[in-house]
Design a protein around this ligand. Structure first.
Ligand SMILES: [Zn+2]
Length: 298
C-alpha cells in the first residue's frame, strides 16, 4: 500500500498525513517525512531465529510477534482510523540460550541493547514519538536488554519507546489479568513450566500456520522447573536431542487462537493507553528487571 501524499513539499504549513497503515519499507523518505508524527505508532518485532523442537521451524518467535502485531493493528485501525500504523521489518536480533542445536542466532544481551538503542535513536531522528517493540521471546535477558534500551531513549528524548512483552510474560508475578479464556487458564494451572516450544507455542503456531507444524503428538514431555530455568546447562541437558521444554503433545488449535488473541489484545491495550495519554508504566518491565543479577549482565 502506498501513501497518497497531496502535500506540497515546499509548503512548510502543509497538512500532515494520517490514517495510513503500511510496511514502512514501502514508503519513500518524503512520504515518511509527510506523516503526522503525533498520530503515528511505529511497530517492530524483535525476536530470535531459534530452534523450536523437532516439530516446529526456527522462525516461531518472529512469526508469533508478527501475527500479534498484525491482529493488534487490525483492531487499532478499526478503533482509531485516523492514526498511522507503521511496521518496520522484523529484526532477528536476540539474546538467548538454547545450546546444542543448529538454527539459533544470538547476540550477547549488552550487544543487543546497544543495537536496539541505535535502532530507536534512528527512528526518533525520523521524527516518530511512539515506538512499540514486540519482543516475542520469553528469555529475560532478551526482554530486559530491550527494556533498558527503551528506558535510555525515553530518558534522552521526549518519546515513548516501549517493549511491553516482558510485562506480559510476567503477568503472574505482576498480577496482570491477560483476559485469557478459562480453558487456557486451566491448562496453565495443570501444565505450567511450558517454557519453550511446548503446548503454548505449538498451539499458537497451529492457529497461525498449521502446515509448518510437524507431528507434535509424538513429542515426549520435558519437565523443567522454574528454578532449573536459571541454569542453561541444566535445561539444555534435559532437552538434548529434542529442543522443547514442556508439553507439545497437548497443543491444540483452539487454545492457540485464544492465546494469540489475548496477546494481541494486550498490545492493543498498551497502544490505546499511549493514544489516550494514559500511563504505561505498568507495561514497561519484566518482573526481573530490577534484580542486581540482570542489572549487571544486561
Ligand atoms: Zn519461542
Amino acid at each position: 500500500m502506498s501513501v497518497n501524499i497531496k502535500a506540497d513539499y515546499n509548503n512548510k504549513n502543509r497538512r500532515r498525513v494520517s490514517g495510513v497503515s503500511t510496511q514502512i519499507m514501502e514508503l519513500s523518505w518524503p512520504e515518511i517525512e509527510a506523516l503526522d508524527k503525533n498520530m503515528s505508532i511505529v511497530f517492530v518485532t524483535i525476536a530470535p531465529i531459534e530452534e523450536h523442537g523437532r516439530h516446529m521451524p526456527i522462525g516461531v518467535d518472529l512469526m508469533l510477534g508478527e501475527h500479534w502485531r498484525k491482529l493488534a493493528v487490525e483492531s487499532l485501525q478499526k478503533k482509531y482510523p485516523s492514526y498511522n500504523y507503521l511496521n518496520l521489518p522484523f529484526m532477528p536480533l536476540a539474546a538467548g540460550s538454547m545450546r546444542g542445536f543448529p538454527g539459533c542466532f544470538y547476540l550477547s544481551p549488552k550487544f543487543l541493547k546497544r543495537n536496539i538503542k541505535a535502532l530507536l535513536r534512528s527512528i526518533v531522528s525520523w521524527g516518530f514519538k511512539n515506538v512499540v517493540i514486540i519482543a516475542s521471546h520469553g528469555d529475560p535477558f532478551h526482554l530486559i536488554a530491550i527494556e533498558k534500551a527503551c528506558d535510555y531513549i525515553n530518558h534522552r528524548f521526549d518519546v515513548i519507546a516501549i517493549s511491553p512483552m516482558g510485562a506480559m510474560f510476567s503477568s503472574d508475578e505482576l498480577g496482570t489479568d491477560l483476559g485469557q479464556s478459562g480453558r487456557v487458564d486451566a491448562m496453565i494451572k495443570e501444565y505450567p513450566n511450558d517454557f519453550h516450544a511446548g503446548w503454548i507455542e505449538t498451539s499458537m503456531m497451529l492457529d497461525i500456520n498449521k502446515a509448518i507444524v510437524k507431528d507434535y503428538t509424538v513429542c515426549e514431555d520435558v519437565c523443567v522447573t522454574g528454578k532449573e530455568m536459571i541454569f542453561p546447562k541444566k535445561y539444555c541437558a534435559k532437552t538434548a536431542g529434542k529442543g522443547h521444554l514442556g508439553f507439545p503433545r497437548l497443543a491444540d488449535h483452539a487454545l492457540g487462537k485464544d492465546l494469540n488473541r489475548s496477546s494481541s489484545n494486550y498490545i492493543v491495550n498498551v497502544v490505546e493507553r499511549i493514544i489516550k495519554g494514559q500511563s504505561v508504566e505498568d507495561y514497561r518491565h519484566h518482573f526481573l528487571y530490577s534484580t542486581p543479577f540482570f542489572r549487571m549482565l544486561v
